[in-house]
Design a protein around this ligand. Structure first.
Ligand code: PMP
Length: 411
């Protein structure tokens, strides 16, 4: 058969390639700072206590089963998810302006967004931060959308290039799509502060762009759901009378449900004139979302959705979940400090304060590709070549070792 002559071998995915090399590395001491998944202080995956309890509740329910969900997913998940992100007092929810569907985690929500945009406004350019999560490019480009970048990270100062960012908003074709990381920007760990968010959103409104919030780390960054939802809530407030807002929500990190693929896609409609039938628009949008889901998944996965819904809708478990997020975020913050302090003690050339100032899972260390290569080859410390390190891979048993390895490749 000749069709395979055209099937070109692609290089391995950068992140999953690291995982593979690491698993084949025979050295006894190795450190995984590659993939963004939380580890406890002994380097093990952590099942959140709130999740363990929710699983018990689900199994003991006399109605326990593995039936299909509806096409748009589990209502208890979707409603709980919207409330947690938009806030109990959200005007958009109170005014019935939100259309939601369950998705295959955050990636699936982004894919639904890309499909929706390509079908109904495919001429729009999708602006991504420079740098961004590598999969953003792939997800939008696979749907045939044109992507462009807006400046974000200033390498020299290791801070936000706000001027460049605002300039890109101003010069982008009117009505473009801007993908904004809601919090804990991946890969830089650098978020705009509250006044910078105001400037960014005001500039976006000025140019009539459409905002797409990617919320993959709510509560995981600071340990506080409300604090991490600041940008999304400010955006909804500012855009309420202006334009729709797309929100892609993942429960992979904040509920530790990486492999269960629990997430939601939300489209928040702006307020309409009294002459417009909002419920007809909502119904039409939902029918289109359902068409996408039906042809791709038939219906979304149930087990993770039930767990997250149980955590979100059982006050005792919600309270435990809040504690779990504090456990995760504070261990990561502690490791940021430990790494910075060890580097300072070693007199490693350069300033390493950015490691403690950054937030969320990752640190954009500033290590250059050749240093990252040497870390892997000489010290079995694995991270992506951009210098992004997953701080969750550090623990009290390996942080000093990692600092010494960094010191060695930098000096
Ligand atoms: N957006 C960003 C910025 C991310 O970092 C991630 C996870 N790495 C996701 C979306 C989606 O993750 P998932 O599909 O596992 O929910």
């Amino acid at each position: 058969c000749t069709i395979f002559n055209n099937v070109e071998q692609l290089p391995p995915d950068a992140l999953f390639g690291i995982k593979q090399r690491l698993s084949q590395d025979p050295r006894p001491v190795k450190v995984d700072l590659g993939i963004g998944a939380y580890r406890d202080d002994s380097g093990k995956p952590w099942v959140l206590p709130s999740v363990r309890e929710a699983e018990e509740v689900i199994r003991q329910d006399p109605g326990y089963n593995h039936e299909y969900l509806g096409i748009s997913g589990l209502t208890a998940l979707i409603q709980g998810a919207a409330k947690v992100l938009f806030g109990e007092d959200s005007a958009a929810l109170a005014e019935g302006r939100v259309v939601s569907t369950q998705s295959l985690s955050g990636t699936g929500a982004l894919h639904v967004a890309a499909r929706f945009i390509s079908k109904f406004c495919g001429d729009k350019v999708v602006y991504l931060s420079d740098p961004t999560w590598a999969n953003h490019n792939a997800i939008f480009e696979t749907m045939g959308l044109k992507t462009a970048t807006y400046p974000y990270w200033d390498a020299a100062s290791k801070s936000l290039n706000l001027e460049g960012y605002l300039e890109a908003i101003k010069t982008a074709p009117k009505g473009s799509v801007f993908v904004l990381h809601a919090c804990a920007h991946n890969p830089t760990g650098l978020d705009p502060d509250q006044s910078q968010w105001t400037s960014i959103l005001d500039a976006i409104i000025e140019r009539e762009h459409i905002v797409l919030f990617d919320s993959a780390y709510q509560g995981f960054a600071s340990g506080d759901l409300d604090r991490d939802a600041f940008a999304v809530r400010l955006g909804l407030q500012k855009l309420a009378d202006v334009s729709p807002v797309i929100v892609c929500q993942s429960f992979a990190k904040n509920v530790g449900m990486y492999g269960e693929r629990a997430g939601c896609f939300h489209l928040v409609l702006p307020r309409q004139d009294a002459s417009v039938d909002t419920s007809a628009i909502k119904s039409a949008v939902l029918s289109q979302l359902n068409k996408i889901t039906r042809s791709e998944l038939s219906n979304p996965p149930a087990y993770g959705a039930k767990i997250v819904a149980t955590v979100l809708n059982t006050p005792r478990l919600t309270e435990q979940w809040h504690k779990d997020m504090v456990t995760m975020s504070s261990r990561i913050i502690k490791m940021r400090h430990a790494l910075r302090d060890h580097l300072a003690k070693l007199n490693t050339p350069g300033n390493w304060d950015h490691i403690v100032n950054q937030t969320g899972m990752f640190s954009y260390t500033g290590l250059r590709p050749e240093m990252v290569k040497r870390l892997e080859e000489e010290h079995a410390v694995y991270l992506v070549s951009s210098g992004r390190a997953s701080i969750a891979g550090l623990n009290s048993g390996n942080v000093e070792y990692v600092a010494k390895a960094i010191n060695e490749v930098v000096t």
